[in-house]
Write a protein that binds this ligand. Structure first.
Ligand SMILES: Nc1ncnc2c1ncn2[C@@H]1O[C@H](COP(=O)(O)OP(=O)(O)OP(=O)(O)O)[C@@H](O)[C@H]1O
Ligand SMILES: [Mg+2]
Length: 318
């Protein structure tokens, strides 16, 4: 059901921005972040990263990510304070600049992904807490598990942190970590309940937190397909019983294509990603958006940079 708009947008995808007047630019893997005193402009580009590398751009991906993060920040504002100040364009969030905690706060509802690989290798306590015994791949934890990791420098991989590491390395005080822990688990509960009502399972996700003075804020993005794993709820039990992989809603299309067709797993020169794969990946992001929010994203084909420039000007930021 490939929409011609997706193909048309291939030549307009947002790979880089240079809004010098917005402040000093920091280029994350996916977001261009401009700093202006106590606020940040987070511009979600269409860059797709996997294996810790930027591989290509995906039509409308930045818009899906920014809109979905916004959707979730609004929905969970009663649970935890977040960094959002304004959303002047579908790809842009103006956020409160915080002092970020250098911790990837991962919450998991199921034994899957890298944690399952740890268990298969014989690790029983990768994050300093014993895992319930006898659990198979993709089984649900009795209660969600917090598995924090370091925020690795570019090119390095995130490493697991135990609670003792968090405190011992001074990444957060005991009081701060208590508040982060409580907020992350409460946000995850909200996320799981909403996803479930929309026919999805929120399997795991990554939060980032920052502080201003002693006030804690959820920062970065939230419950997006880039920071979270979602499975289709209706197929979960059948697939689990049949020993099949779960039906996921994320950037696996590109990863799988690279592994299967190109034998690529992050090393050596980057293969060129064909347009068909980029369009199929766009469909995955758009269907995640539609399924989670209940509305289809209006696809407006055209130059994203110019639209952002116009919106930032209208809102008095440029
Ligand atoms: N409110 C905030 N205060 C301070 N930093 C923030 C805030 N919101 C987001 N950030 C930081 O801005 C960056 C967003 O960029 P992006 O998500 O593309 O980075 P990333 O690829 O996930 O991580 P990296 O920084 O390792 O490239 C992240 O480093 C994130 O920690
Ligand atoms: Mg990020």
């Amino acid at each position: 059901m490939s929409d011609p708009a997706l193909r048309a947008q291939l030549s307009f995808t947002l790979s880089d921005t240079h809004f010098d007047a917005l402040g000093t630019r920091y280029r994350g893997k996916v977001r261009d972040v401009y700093r202006q005193d106590d606020r940040l402009f987070l511009i979600a580009t269409d860059r797709l990263s996997a294996f810790d590398k930027v591989l290509t751009t995906i039509p409308f991906k930045g818009e899906v990510l920014n809109r979905l993060a916004q959707f979730w920040f609004e929905k969970t504002a009663h649970v935890a304070k977040n960094h959002v100040l304004d959303v002047p364009d579908p790809n842009v969030t103006v956020a409160r600049a915080t002092q970020p905690f250098p911790i990837e706060v991962v919450v998991r509802g199921y034994l899957t992904g890298s944690l399952w690989r740890d268990v298969e290798r014989g690790e029983r306590k990768p994050y300093g807490v014993p895992l319930p015994a006898g659990m198979g791949k993709d089984a649900a934890f009795p209660t969600p598990l917090l598995t924090p990791s370091t925020k690795a420098a570019p090119g390095e991989h995130d490493a697991p942190l135990s609670e003792a590491d968090v405190l011992g390395r001074g990444l957060a005080t005991g009081q701060e970590w208590g508040a982060i822990r409580e907020a992350a688990l409460a946000l995850f509960r909200e996320g799981q309940a909403w996803a479930r009502s929309r026919g999805l399972l929120l399997v795991d996700t990554k939060y980032e937190f920052g502080k201003v003075g002693s006030t804690l804020y959820v920062i970065d993005e939230m419950h997006t397909p880039d920071s979270s794993r979602y499975w289709r709820a209706a197929e979960y039990e059948t697939r689990l019983r049949a020993g099949q992989d779960q039906a996921m809603l994320d950037k696996e299309t590109v990863r799988q294509w690279l592994i299967r067709e190109k034998g690529f797993s992050g090393h050596g020169p980057l293969p060129v990603i064909p347009e068909d794969i980029r369009v199929r990946t766009a469909e995955t992001y758009l269907s995640a958006y539609q399924q989670l929010t209940g509305t289809a994203l209006p696809l407006v084909v055209g130059d994203v940079v110019e639209r952002i420039r116009k919106n930032l000007t209208t809102h008095g930021y440029l």
